[in-house]
Design a protein around this ligand. Structure first.
Ligand code: BGP
Length: 486
């Protein structure tokens, strides 16, 4: 593809941007915009960004020495992806990354959360690194910095090198946790001169449950409970070993933390007793992930529930898993439970969701903006977390291109406005949230949903790779500009 081809497509993109006001000067309140409400502001210095992951956008799966990932194998297995697609090309971001950085710039965003593909860096999972693999991220990081956008890198967003799955069953073995730390050390050594925030693992809980319990995500396993619990422990161990490796080999001052989709527990009615019950529930229901990472032990409730299927571990493992972190990343999409105080052993009860409970354009995506308030608040209160980033939030929408060529994704705008208001409620009360990464910059390969679910601020035409800003992109640009919910 010629560079000329790229710039012509980029021009088309900007033409679309102008139509939605993205490249024009924003309306001044005096010109008819709504006057900024000072009480709706976020703290000064709040970082606004977008998020993506390597496998979902890069494509170029055979380029520059990349090895196969478990998602390549999985997506090419008939019956796994709803629209029979794969991510061999995806958004072609590997080639179009410069254009995509311009899309971020057009939003005015100051930070970008991306992930590094382990099989690009270590095609065999471990051993000899492939310098060309890391070369792509060098170029991407330099491009971001040249455009005033701060890079936040995730080390593992589920694209495990296939060789590790074949060699020792991937996360079923502690060996994967160990080689993950080697990969983390290598990346930190080479990138931490320009990347000061590194996330270890994206959503330990989903990679365990959907990948190894339900078989919905790669590697598509449905393990019995004892093995599943061991996978969960190995993944947490991998997180801890990576934290230690980054401390040892990254530049001093490099900040590290997880990006977890904690189980969000909301008081059904905001009374002191229900709030307390929601805190207890948060601690118990995240027992295999955040609780053990912060507290260095599995809760009694977690171990009682696991019973004879509890994972095998040592005291040293728990020490590693709870290695101190610098910030907590939270992926927040939906409320998981509405909680009430109960006079039972656990101290809480979970209210059942009625069938009529509203959801967005995916059955799992229940609408509960207050998740955005309670999740960081619980984390700050329970574990004394001093620095939190919302590492993902957003929604799929049945986007359509209108006759005028624009995408009026009013439902996404509604969702974002409501969730961001709740985030602002948290920060205004002193909950230490330092930034927000919207999922996602562009429509992409949404795992088992293939290309059927669109989460982007920019629509991607997957035939032409043309990017078109949606109404939500204009909305987000205003939020960033005003540092307030508009
Ligand atoms: C999160 C993942 C993202 C993204 C998002 C949307 O769990 O970290 O990678 O995909 O969910 O989910 P889905 O693609 O399943 O609709």
């Amino acid at each position: 593809m010629s560079s000329d081809g790229i710039s012509r497509r980029h021009f088309a993109t900007l033409a679309g941007a102008a139509a939605l006001g993205l490249s024009a000067a924003p309306a001044h309140p005096a010109d008819g915009g709504t006057r900024e409400n000072a009480s709706a502001s976020f703290p000064a210095g709040f970082r606004w960004g977008t998020a993506t992951s390597a496998y979902q956008i890069e494509g170029a799966v055979n380029e520059d020495g990349r090895g196969p990932a478990i998602w390549d194998r999985f997506a090419h297995t008939p019956g796994t992806i709803i629209d029979h697609s794969n991510a061999d090309v995806a958004c072609d971001h590997y080639r179009l990354y410069r254009d995509d950085v311009q899309l971020m710039k057009a939003l005015g965003s100051m930070a970008y959360r991306f992930s590094i593909a382990w099989p690009r860096v270590f095609p065999d999972g471990s051993g000899t690194p492939n310098p060309n693999g890391l070369g792509f991220y060098d170029r991407l990081i330099d491009e971001l910095l040249a455009n005033g956008i701060e890079p936040f890198a995730t080390l593992y967003h589920w694209d495990l090198p296939q060789t590790l799955q074949d060699r020792f069953g991937g996360w079923m073995s502690r060996d994967t946790a160990k080689v993950f730390a080697d990969y983390a050390a290598y990346v930190a050594e080479r990138l931490s001169d320009r990347v000061s925030h590194i996330f270890t693992i994206n959503e330990c809980s989903r990679l365990v449950h959907l990948g190894h319990g339900l078989g919905i995500d790669a590697p598509g396993l449905k393990l019995p409970q004892a093995e599943l619990n061991q996978v969960r422990h190995n993944v947490a161990l991998g997180h801890g070993l990576a934290v230690q490796a980054i401390r040892a080999r990254g530049r001093p001052g490099t900040k590290v933390g997880p990006a977890e989709n904690l189980v969000v527990c909301i008081p059904a009615i905001d009374t002191p007793a229900n709030v307390r019950a929601a805190e207890i529930a948060t601690r118990e229901l995240n027992g295999g992930y955040l609780t053990v990472m912060f507290e260095g032990r599995y809760t009694d409730g977690f171990l009682a529930e696991a019973g004879k299927d509890a994972p095998k571990y040592t005291a040293e493992d728990l020490r590693i898993i709870s290695s101190p972190i610098d910030f907590l990343g939270l992926n927040i999409y939906k409320p998981d439970h509405y909680v009430m105080a109960a006079d039972n052993e656990r101290g809480f009860a979970l209210a059942p969701f009625p069938a009529s409970f509203p959801h967005m354009d995916a059955d799992w995506l229940r609408v509960g903006p207050e998740a955005m308030y309670w999740a960081p608040r619980h984390a700050a209160k329970l574990w004394g977390v001093q620095s939190i980033y919302v590492t993902e939030n957003g929604t799929s929408s049945a986007d359509e291109v209108a006759a005028d060529g624009n995408v009026y994704d009013l439902d996404r705008v509604m969702y974002l406005r409501n969730y961001l208001q709740q985030l602002q409620r948290a920060t205004s009360q002193g909950v230490p949230v330092a930034g927000y990464f919207l999922w996602s910059l562009i429509d992409n390969f949404e795992w088992a949903d293939g290309y059927e679910k669109r989460f982007g601020l920019y629509r991607v035409d997957f035939k032409t790779q043309r990017r078109t800003p949606k109404l939500s992109a204009s909305f987000y640009r205003e939020v960033i500009k005003q540092n307030a919910v508009v």
